[in-house]
Design a protein around this ligand. Structure first.
Ligand code: ADP
Ligand code: MG
Length: 242
């Protein structure tokens, strides 16, 4: 069974149709990467998957449940996904470890001691154990983004949604975040993400989907989509990146 399946998803804002008839499957353990120009609908697709946007039409199934059913408990669905944005959105007034424990305690009902223990283990996992008591502001952008990823992961989500998590970083900090994502993929973490980092997509993605004006025009392995694109639009997009 697919972990996430979108079928015929349509989303518009007013008269602007942003997603048209989108079909997308994410299997457990897979990394699916969305590529496409700014405004092509990548973030909206992730937001629909996370129920931050209500789709106009189509169906999204997550862990076998139709999450587009209006009776669904959206908070319960979101609690099973980890979402990380471009800007890390850490709580500035909390310590690094406090950022991780907060949702575990408040949203997931984990006891304080266990939340602390799991959070410290997760910080260890992302190489930031020694920053546990620091404030987010005292960390580099790359470290803050690793904390944001750790915060999403510590709740053991079934699916990680990552929206251009390296776009706000200085170029020299991008690598440490992409390396972490590569490690997570190797550990079997399921990810749906969008990025402009084609080198990363080539190395880590199982499937690459090219979005243009809200339509997935081409999808396949990185070798297929990035190496030998069939569609003229994909070729034009890739050529502009070089
Ligand atoms: P991408 O992430 O690929 O850059 P987005 O999903 O952010 O693309 O945006 C796709 C289109 O949807 C754009 O035309 C954008 O202006 C529009 N859009 C996105 N979010 C909203 C919103 N909340 N209200 C109105 N229009 C939106
Ligand atoms: Mg976007």
């Amino acid at each position: 069974m697919a972990l996430l399946e979108m079928a015929g998803v349509r989303k518009s804002f007013g008269r602007n149709v942003v997603l048209r008839d989108v079909d997308l499957v994410v299997e457990p353990g897979q990394c699916v990467v969305l590529i496409g120009a700014s405004g092509s609908g990548k973030s909206t697709l992730l937001r629909c998957a996370n129920l931050l946007e209500v789709v106009d039409d189509g169906r999204i199934t997550f862990e076998g449940e139709d999450i587009t059913d209006p009776r669904v408990d959206a908070d319960a669905v979101r609690a099973r996904m980890g979402l990380v944005f471009q800007a890390y959105n850490l709580f500035p007034h909390l310590s690094v470890v406090g950022n991780l424990t907060l949702a575990l305690v408040k949203v997931h009902g984990v006891g304080r001691d266990e939340a602390e223990e799991r959070s410290l283990a997760m910080l260890d996992r992302v190489g930031l154990r020694e920053k546990a008591t620091a404030r987010p502001d005292d960390l580099s952008g790359g470290q803050q983004q690793r904390v944001a990823i750790a915060r999403a992961l510590v709740a053991q989500p079934a699916l990680m949604l990552l929206d251009e998590v390296t776009s706000a970083l200085d170029p020299e900090l991008v690598g440490e975040v992409l390396d972490l994502l590569g490690e997570l993929k190797a550990e079997g973490v399921t990810m749906l993400l969008n990025t402009h980092e084609m080198g990363f997509a080539r190395e880590v993605a199982d499937t690459v989907c090219f979005l243009h004006d809200g339509v997935i025009h081409e999808r396949g392995t990185p070798a297929e989509v990035l190496g030998a694109p069939r569609e003229e639009r994909t070729r034009t997009f890739l050529a502009r990146l070089r």
